[in-house]
Design a protein around this ligand. Structure first.
Ligand code: 5AD
Ligand code: SF4
Length: 484
């Protein structure tokens, strides 16, 4: 299937819809005697976070004000995830809750986008069970959101716009309202060609397509000039990047790291098959590239990896992990692991535990296998019974929690630079941030380092040195020793 490139000329309809909506919302605001608000509820990965920033950008240009959390609003958008069943269940639960809301205000608009909309059964369920949802639209056509929104307003019928085409949009033409003042999410490629047998993403996000490197570097330079300290290069398989003139991921990574204004260059998510020695060398030679590698293992059994259609084996994986540990000595490795893939035996699972031990992961996202209808694994025989999965999952968690705690303990006594992310959620006087190796740190500010008149939130995006004093299972405690 061809990939459709969307440029300026294709967006005239969208621009017209944006200005019509601006007028509509301004009139609505006068009628209601208050500002008109929107609320985007984002599920899933950072690519969805990035899509939500684009939706925010467009709604902001239409004159709407954002409300966060689960607050009600005049426009509520659910940006969904389909990777596991529980994410889907959460959406249906929340759609049920907003029904009452919609009844009391007929001007309210409820929209659903994201990966779930690419699964026909979900769209059917929304149509049947949640008819008060006004619009269902495709994550591949986010740039046309204003057109769909305009068309949905005032319509009695639910508007559904799902495409089977793959699009690549010039991102500079889509307004973005970034959520964090220090961190910019920059997708460099979209989609996935790997078809791991358990995964819905290739069906939901289409084939791999990469942005032009010139477009990416232009965006990076703009972000640097705007004062962003951290940039996160994103892609379903970020290191499978393939530019129009044959450019590969190392070039994009280097281009970002060469921008000295960036204090942190991060990237997510890597596929082990594409983590070359060259990438690890680049990571070790630039001081502003994170010393953290996310390397999804999925399983430590060669037999299961084959059934999963993951094109590497345990030995290849360990080689990459060891090379990273050797070249980036203070670095951290995180991973994704699925427990209970069809046919997984106790022996296969033990293989996973062995690799986890040998790699000593600093952190891990661990999942129980969730059947995704439409994927190859969904119809495989030998689905593992639920009680076996939960028992194995418990053992994996126990091991991994211990490793994560040890990784945090190894920090105690050291002093490292932290990029401050804001106030900690646990105590108003405590700040939170991350090391270059992505360790989460909560820390106090001694009286003498406090800036008069600054609240904890005002420190967001600043750099400081923190001495680590105490390890916790998922974070490190410390105290600021220098504000930069
Ligand atoms: N069941 C459980 N976990 C899954 N993931 C993807 N699909 C499934 C599934 N069907 C996990 C993988 C992937 C992460 C983003 O989600 O570990 O790396
Ligand atoms: Fe899913 Fe595999 Fe593609 Fe990752 S590489 S998005 S797990 S199919």
């Amino acid at each position: 299937m061809a990939i459709i490139k969307v440029g300026k000329g294709d967006l005239r309809g969208r621009d017209k819809a944006m200005s019509e909506l601006k007028e509509y919302f301004s009139a609505l605001s006068s009628r209601k005697g208050r500002e008109i608000t929107y609320n985007i509820r984002t599920y899933g990965c950072q690519l969805n976070e990035s899509d939500s920033e684009k939706l925010s950008g467009m709604l902001d240009q239409m004159g709407l004000t954002e409300v966060t959390g689960d607050a009600s609003a005049d426009v509520i958008i659910f940006n969904t995830c389909a990777v596991r069943e529980n994410a889907e269940d959460r959406l249906f639960g929340n759609l049920g809750i907003v029904k009452a809301d919609k009844k009391t205000d007929k001007d309210k608009i409820i929209g659903v986008c994201g990966c779930m909309t690419k699964v026909p059964e979900n769209v059917e369920k929304i149509r049947k069970s949640f008819p008060y949802v006004d619009l269902v639209f495709d994550p591949q056509q986010l740039h046309l959101f204003p057109v769909y929104l305009r068309d949905a307003i005032g319509k009695k019928k639910q508007l559904v716009n799902i495409t089977s085409e793959d699009y690549i949009v010039d991102d500079s033409l889509v307004p973005i309202l970034r959520k964090r003042k220090f961190r910019a999410l920059v997708p460099i490629m979209y989609g996935c060609n790997n078809f791991c047998t358990y995964c819905i993403v290739p069906y939901a996000r289409g084939r791999e397509r990469s942005r032009d490197i010139s477009e990416i570097t232009e965006e990076l330079n703009t972000l640097a000039a705007q004062g962003y300290k951290e940039v996160m290069l994103l892609g379903q398989n970020v290191n499978s990047y393939k530019g129009t003139n044959g450019e590969r991921f190392p070039e994009v990574l280097k281009a970002a790291a060469e921008i000295k204004e960036f204090n942190r260059v991060r990237f997510m998510s890597s596929h082990p098959k594409d983590v070359s020695d060259e990438i690890i060398e680049i990571m070790s030679s630039y001081s502003n590239i994170e010393t953290h590698l996310h390397l999804p293992l999925q399983s430590g059994s060669d037999r299961i990896l084959k059934l999963m259609n993951r094109p590497y084996n345990r030995e290849d994986y360990l080689k990459t992990a060891h090379y990273f540990r050797q070249r980036v000595p203070d670095g951290a490795i995180s991973t994704d692991i699925i427990v209970g893939f069809p046919g997984e035996t106790e022996e296969d699972f033990k293989g996973t535990l062995e690799v986890v031990k040998e790699c000593a992961f600093d952190s891990a996202f661990t999942f129980q296998y969730s059947i995704r209808p439409g994927t190859k694994a969904a119809t495989m025989e030998d689905q593992v019974p639920h009680d076996v999965v939960t028992e194995r999952f418990g053992r994996l968690l126990e091991l991994q929690n211990d490793l994560a705690f040890k990784s945090n303990q190894a920090k105690v006594g050291k002093t490292e630079e932290i990029l401050i992310e804001g106030q900690s959620s646990t105590a108003p006087d405590i700040l939170t941030g991350r090391t270059l190796s992505n360790h989460l740190v909560n820390f106090t500010i001694p009286e003498e380092l406090r800036v008069p008149g600054k609240s904890a939130d005002d420190y967001e995006g600043m750099l400081c040195d923190v001495e680590f004093t105490h390890a916790r299972p998922y974070s490190v405690d410390g105290k600021m020793v220098k504000l930069k």
